[in-house]
Design a protein around this ligand. Structure first.
Ligand SMILES: [Zn+2]
Ligand SMILES: [Zn+2]
Length: 179
């Protein structure tokens, strides 16, 4: 994902707005690799702030697919991330200046600013902590393995503690009163 800054890089205050599309890097949550089902879309604004520095602000969106940790079904979800980075023109040639400072400053060279790395890392930071298809996902029955989102299974009542039934009823009634 590269932004062509040839028209703004020499004019302080000049800016350009772009829409970009690109592939996402590999992302993972708790060891689960996520597959993107649509390209990463970026809307960004690049501004020349003088002193060979380009400020890039924007947002990135990607649609990913994963397996729900509770019911093991595949589901797709969107990830949105905002980002803001400054890129300095890379110093040419002189390897003597390539100290540890180089790690902290993002650079560009020529007519393009490449924002792929920052976009991917911001998206990675915006991933959900838990991979569940819905807050209300009921998961699988531990006894028969049926997906309880599809309805109750036959064994639910048999394994449930009958003495707790009246309490469960009570909770249900209270819930109704609240709404
Ligand atoms: Zn689920
Ligand atoms: Zn069951």
């Amino acid at each position: 994902m590269r932004i062509d800054i040839s028209t703004i890089r020499d004019t302080k205050g000049a800016s350009i707005e772009v829409e970009l599309e690109g592939s996402s890097g590999q992302m993972a949550i708790a060891g689960t690799t996520l597959r993107s089902v649509a390209p990463v879309r970026v809307s960004a604004k690049a501004t020349c702030t003088g002193h060979n520095t380009i400020l890039v602000q924007g947002n990135a969106k990607v649609k990913l697919e994963a397996e729900c940790h509770r019911c093991l079904r595949k589901f797709a979800f969107d990830v949105d991330a905002e980002f803001q980075e400054q890129y300095c023109k890379a110093s040419q040639g002189s390897s003597s200046r390539l100290g540890y400072e180089q790690d902290e400053v993002l650079t560009y060279s020529g007519d393009f600013v490449d924002i792929s790395t920052e976009v991917n890392s911001q998206l990675a930071l915006s991933l959900p902590i838990q991979l569940v298809c819905s807050d209300k996902c009921r998961g699988l029955c531990p006894v028969c393995g049926k997906n309880l989102n599809d309805g109750e299974c036959a064994c639910t009542n048999e394994t449930g503690d009958i003495r707790l039934a009246p309490i469960a009823q009570l909770y249900l009634t209270q819930d109704k009163d609240e709404f």
